[in-house]
Design a protein around this ligand. Sequence first.
Ligand SMILES: [Zn+2]
Length: 114
Amino acid sequence: MTNYNEYMKSETWRKYRQKVLDKQKVTSLGPPKYICGNCKGVFTYLEVHHLTYERLGHEQIDDCIGLCFTCHPIADINRRYSARVYGLMNKCDMTYDEARDWIEQKEEREEWER
Ligand SMILES: [Zn+2]
């Protein structure tokens, strides 16, 4: 796997992406519709969100989920947040709760200093 953007244009990704979407397809006649993996709303188009980048380039079927245009950005923020928590746990040998509290306290301090 060389380049993320190249991969997003590849045939491998296109096929995998469609498999993820097919799992969330509403079975009915007419143009395809899909159920958002988060809010359960029905949409004609879903974006495919990586739950993990661990297997980027050779994803398993549950590594990604189809999300609507409202839920996708929220999921991206949550993934960044989890990455910070797990980063602290590894680097500073903290428990999950300690890392989460530390980040929340830090954000409160920054809010207050603004
Ligand atoms: Zn949604």
